[in-house]
Design a protein. Structure first.
Length: 606
């Protein structure tokens, strides 16, 4: 809350906790609730006729979002709330639900969009991205817009989807309200500033009448805190729940080249709920040995204090809990280079050396850079300024709440490898694999994934493609379908390296087949045969039956690696539709796009 809020500290805290915990459905409820409060406040002030006139005159704003995991949608919803409070009539759409024919008439636009993989827009934004960059896009003179991109600066094409939309809208003649913002993984602050600036610019160009009378904001918040608001949990990304570890079991067999764990947490007493397809956020810590080596190399005092975004910590605690000291990015190197005289480092960042920079970033971390390019007498505050915030890690939930009340399960592949002469470990995966012991507690929260959900029609067939730890959400899907007696058929494609050591949850899948809950299962173990076989080959082998299921109304889900597997599965799907549907390649691709538009083809890829 800003210091100028008319709320008491208690009211501000209650409101903050409520907003952090709201689902989309609860947000819609609150919208209606606030509208009712607004009406009552205005009637009490004798302002009903003025309110009607104000609503009629309110300028129209359209907000679009392209979101894979829900973060861009969250930003868009917050922007809508702020714009409505400023007096605008707001339409909010997922880009996949937006009718492009509206574009030439929507004169005020805000866009929030994330970037997937190597610069791609999210699945629900691809059609709109294609339309906007195609020949049918209209001229947009007279349109005002603002774009915020959400991304990860460790990727070369950071926030590329946001950059694409921003550049294309301008090329079509639209005028920027404010400059585009490219936000990193710690997007909360940049998003809040972007909303402030965008709404301020909108008010200047549209000059809407105030939607709320003086003093009404206080009445809204007071009523919301005290008068029948929906029951929501106080636990969230900003306020995680300390969950007790129930079990940590190694799934991969002896001799496996992988290390995969099944971890269960108790949610008892938290009020947290989830649906199959959602993710568990885990607040992690950096490796203590790595932290000590970094501080020693920098010749800094570990007991010195430093101020993070929300607290004052010792430098050692800040490196343990608050800052990312493993992920290398161009942004970090640019900031660090300013603290050194290293000509080689500055040369890496020069235009034309992108390939050399990519090669350097691969397999290295912050300690490697500090050792190779020492910064003499660097101050703690200067170095902290080069780092980004350590983010929680998201894991696809591997359980159904209906089958496991007050518990949540995840599947974790521990990452351990050697690179550039040092042993490396994944921050979150090894933290969980090594430290998540029975009886210990870890901070967790639920991250809703609105774009990866079972069909509402329980009769609909379900096809699941999940190699490796991508199997996790499909364990939740089957548990849910069985617990709710869903009659629809279920088909699983699973792959990994070796049948003997890497068939994750093998006994459970065999039991589901025996019980009739799993109607088809096709397996691909790439290292068990002379020629490597992957899930997409199994899909092609069963192409006729798979196409038949799609024609029956099946929903198809893919979870796992975005760079290779998901692309290969998509190609295989188009080829299957073309072959068994008797369609040309373009028509088959359109068939698959239609599945996506109808939410019958959903992906949780990373």
């Amino acid at each position: 809350m800003q210091e100028t809020t008319p709320l008491t500290p208690q009211q501000a805290q209650l409101l903050s906790q409520l907003v952090d915990g709201l689902t989309t459905e609860q947000m819609a409820w609150v919208k209606g609730f606030l509208a009712g409060v607004s009406h009552s406040v205005k009637q009490a002030a004798g302002a009903a006729p003025a309110a009607t006139a104000s609503a009629a005159a309110a300028p129209q704003l359209t907000i679009l979002y392209g979101s894979q995991t829900g973060h861009a949608q969250e930003v868009a919803e917050h922007a809508k709330a702020r714009a409505v409070a400023a007096g605008f009539k707001v339409d909010l759409f997922a880009m996949g639900d937006y009718k492009p024919a509206r574009l030439k008439n929507d004169k005020l636009l805000l866009l929030a969009v994330s970037t997937q993989g190597e610069g791609d827009p999210p699945d629900d934004a691809r059609d709109f991205h294609e339309f906007l960059h195609g020949p049918k896009a209209p001229k947009l003179e007279g349109t005002r817009f603002a774009v915020i991109g959400l991304g990860d600066s460790s990727y070369e094409k950071f926030c590329q989807a946001g950059k694409d939309f921003d550049a294309r809208l301008a090329a079509l003649g639209a005028e920027r309200l404010v400059a585009r913002v490219d936000s990193d993984v710690d997007y909360d602050g940049p998003a809040e500033r972007w909303i402030d600036e965008a709404v301020g610019a909108l008010k200047r160009v549209a000059a809407p009448a105030s939607a709320t009378p003086a003093g009404a904001d206080s009445a809204y918040s007071l009523a919301l805190a005290t008068a029948g608001a929906p029951a929501v949990t106080a636990y969230s990304r900003k306020n995680p729940f300390e969950a007790t570890v129930i079990e940590n079991v190694k799934l991969s067999g002896r001799g496996s080249s992988k290390e995969v764990h099944h971890i269960e947490f108790s949610l008892e007493g938290s009020g947290l709920t989830y649906e199959p397809g959602d993710a568990l956020g885990v607040v992690v810590k950096n490796d203590e040995k790595l932290v000590d080596e970094l501080i020693g190399t920098l010749e800094l005092d570990p007991a010195a204090t430093t101020t993070t975004q929300d607290s004052t910590l010792t430098l050692r605690d800040a490196f343990l809990r608050a800052y990312d000291i493993t992920t290398l990015s161009r942004a970090f190197l640019e900031k660090y280079a300013a603290l050194t005289d290293a000509a080689e480092l500055k040369s890496l960042l020069a235009t034309g050396n992108e390939a050399a920079l990519r090669e350097y970033l691969y397999g290295r971390d912050v300690l490697d850079v500090v050792r190779q390019f020492p910064a003499r007498k660097v101050k703690a505050a200067e170095f902290v300024g080069t780092l980004r915030t350590l983010q929680p890690r998201l894991y696809s939930i591997a359980s159904s709440l209906n089958a496991n009340p007050d518990a949540v399960h995840i599947t974790v592949g521990a990452v351990r490898y050697e690179s550039h002469g040092r042993r490396r470990a994944g921050v979150a995966s090894t933290f969980l694999a090594d430290l998540a012991r029975e009886g210990e507690t870890l901070p967790v929260y639920i991250e809703s994934n609105r774009n990866f959900k079972l069909p509402s029609d329980t009769n609909a067939p379900v096809i699941m493609v999940g190699p490796g730890t991508g199997i996790a959400p499909f364990r939740a899907f089957i548990e849910e379908r069985q617990a709710t007696d869903a009659p629809g058929k279920n088909w699983l494609f699973f792959g990994d390296r070796n049948f003997r050591t890497d068939f994750l949850y093998q006994r459970e899948w065999q039991r589901y087949v025996k019980d009739g809950a799993l109607h088809n299962i096709d397996l691909a173990f790439s290292r068990d045969t002379e020629e490597k076989v992957y899930v997409q080959q199994r899909m092609r082998e069963k192409g006729k039956e798979l196409y038949g299921w799609l024609q029956e109304g099946a929903h198809l889900y893919v979870c796992g690696d975005a760079d290779q597997m998901a692309r290969d599965v998509n190609t295989a799907l188009i080829d299957i539709v073309a072959e068994h549907g008797g369609l040309a390649a373009d028509a088959a691709a359109e068939y698959v796009k239609t599945l996506q538009r109808e939410k019958r083809y959903q992906r949780d890829v990373y």
